[in-house]
Design a protein. Structure first.
Length: 481
């Protein structure tokens, strides 16, 4: 039995009638050279072999009485893998539009809280004899980094697979009784005064490092006077309004695109920035176009929230859960020139990283663990009911870059061609852009509220266009040097 951290449990409190707390991924596969046909039975057998390596996949939630403490992951004595592994087929030859439509609908459905919080779908009928596997698992169980680790358990490095430890008979542990849980909760409550002192001391130490910089001017640092605005703050005073910073519905749209990593690195090298800076500049340009198409482009730059993994590299393999912090950075959608946008992004992310680094790694966990789940759930209901998140959103959207394998990977013997992540949207942040690096490409997965961003595929296409403009800017810079 393993207890959720406060951060893990916060993704449970996040869920409402319109918001789900799971994340997903779409793996596009080429099964033509697989040793065995890729069928539902084959996928089920392979997963059954791997599940002992990821115990959370056959554990369900056990709530503490009256929400006095964080829930636990406990073995599901009625675990049924056939419930979790499913199949659907597109009419041949299935197009990308048909695939994204089906994934949008699957991703919109909440997971059953009475069972282990994951599902996996084999999708057949794609063009070129391809198939796809869509997975979803609750964010309470994994973050981006641990999700990538989970992939390494499910995937192989050769079509033939690999040797696995012998499967031992599984005997689910007996869940504790309510009195036992109440005693554990009482001990944790008795520790609260000590936690209060510790958290207060940590906050006092870091406050002086967080107060400056919020109004630092990137344009002034760079000496930029090119007609795009004389002052560009690292983080605007208030998040500007956009069409996707509104209340969301239960419905979703999904789109994907892939770009060449070598091309991104060429731009990176020309400007002396990072790959993530180029990604952020691509997103800024794509959002600028999309907002301008709707006559909704704010005069201020948008604010992006960038998740940052704080997972200890020495942590044992298979340690899932959430070990993540976040930083806020300006996304200069109000700047016309692509090269200038990239320079501003680079400076803004440098400042955001410095602010984020000043926060001790364990502080977020300590704060999130401090409040009992019943209090957190009630606070969440108040926040959603009052509409604070869409009236005063702390940021416009999330942009997340998740590492992926750099070698060919196989699922059930079928080569994985691409893997597109699918994340979470909430009230006030109805758009999310997440990407994974794999086999020399960056694979973007965009998810949004269906009503707020109905043409999300157009936005995805703009990402590719913006990379082309950055390549032109990099070539121009090289000739001028």
């Amino acid at each position: 039995m393993q207890q959720l951290t406060g951060l893990d449990a916060s993704f449970l409190a996040l869920e409402t009638a319109n918001t789900t707390g799971h994340v997903g991924g779409l793996a596009v596969l080429d099964p033509r050279d697989a040793p065995k046909p890729l069928t539902l039975a084959r996928l089920t057998d392979v997963l059954a072999e791997r599940i002992p390596l990821v115990p959370v996949l056959r554990r369900k939630l056990l709530n503490v009485p009256f929400g006095l403490d964080q829930p636990y992951w406990t073995d599901d004595p009625y675990f049924d893998i056939e419930y979790h592994v499913r199949e659907l087929a597109l009419p041949r030859p299935g197009s990308d539009a048909q695939l994204t439509e089906q994934v949008s609908r699957l991703h919109a459905r909440p997971l059953d809280r009475t069972r282990p919080l994951w599902e996996i779908y084999l999708i057949t009928g794609l063009a070129h004899r391809r198939a796809a596997v869509y997975t979803k698992i609750h964010h309470a169980a994994i973050d981006g980094a641990s999700g990538a680790e989970l992939l390494t358990v499910l995937l192989d490095l050769t079509p033939a697979g690999r040797e696995l430890p012998p499967v031992r008979p599984w005997h689910p542990e007996r869940p504790p009784s309510w009195p036992e849980l109440a005693v554990k909760a009482a001990f944790r409550l008795a520790w609260r005064p000590v936690q209060t002192v510790r958290i207060t001391n940590e906050l006092v130490k870091i406050l002086p490092t967080l107060t400056p910089v919020m109004s630092t001017v990137v344009g002034g640092m760079l000496g930029l006077n090119r007609g795009d605005g004389e002052v560009i703050a690292t983080v605007p005073v208030r998040t500007p309004a956009t069409p996707f910073n509104k209340p969301i519905t239960p419905h979703r749209r999904f789109a994907f695109r892939s770009v060449d990593l070598a091309t991104v690195k060429m731009v990176k090298n020309a400007f002396g920035v990072s790959v993530n800076d180029v990604v952020m500049a691509m997103c800024a340009g794509a959002l600028r176009r999309w907002l301008a198409d709707r006559e909704a482009l704010p005069s201020q730059s948008l604010i992006a929230m960038i998740p940052v993994s704080v997972r200890d590299p020495r942590a044992p393999s298979g340690a899932l859960g959430n070990k993540v912090s976040a930083m806020l950075a300006a996304l200069p959608t109000n700047v016309t020139e692509p090269g200038l946008r990239l320079e501003i992004v680079h400076q803004a992310t440098k400042i955001a990283k410095a602010q984020q680094a000043a926060i001790p790694q364990g502080l977020v966990d300590q704060i999130s663990d401090f409040a009992p789940p019943a209090l957190v759930a009630r606070a969440a209901r108040v926040v959603f009911a009052t509409g604070v998140l869409h009236r005063l959103p702390p940021f416009n959207l999330t942009i997340s870059n998740v590492p992926g394998p750099n070698v060919p990977a196989y699922l059930c013997g079928a080569k994985m061609i691409a893997h597109y992540p699918i994340s979470v949207v909430t009230d006030g942040q109805g758009l999310n852009i997440t990407l994974v690096g794999y086999l020399g490409q960056l694979h973007f997965g965009l998810v949004a509220c269906r009503e707020l961003v109905p043409d999300i595929d157009v936005l995805a296409g703009y990402l590719v266009d913006e990379l082309a403009l950055l390549v032109e800017a990099a070539e121009k810079r090289a000739t001028e040097a």
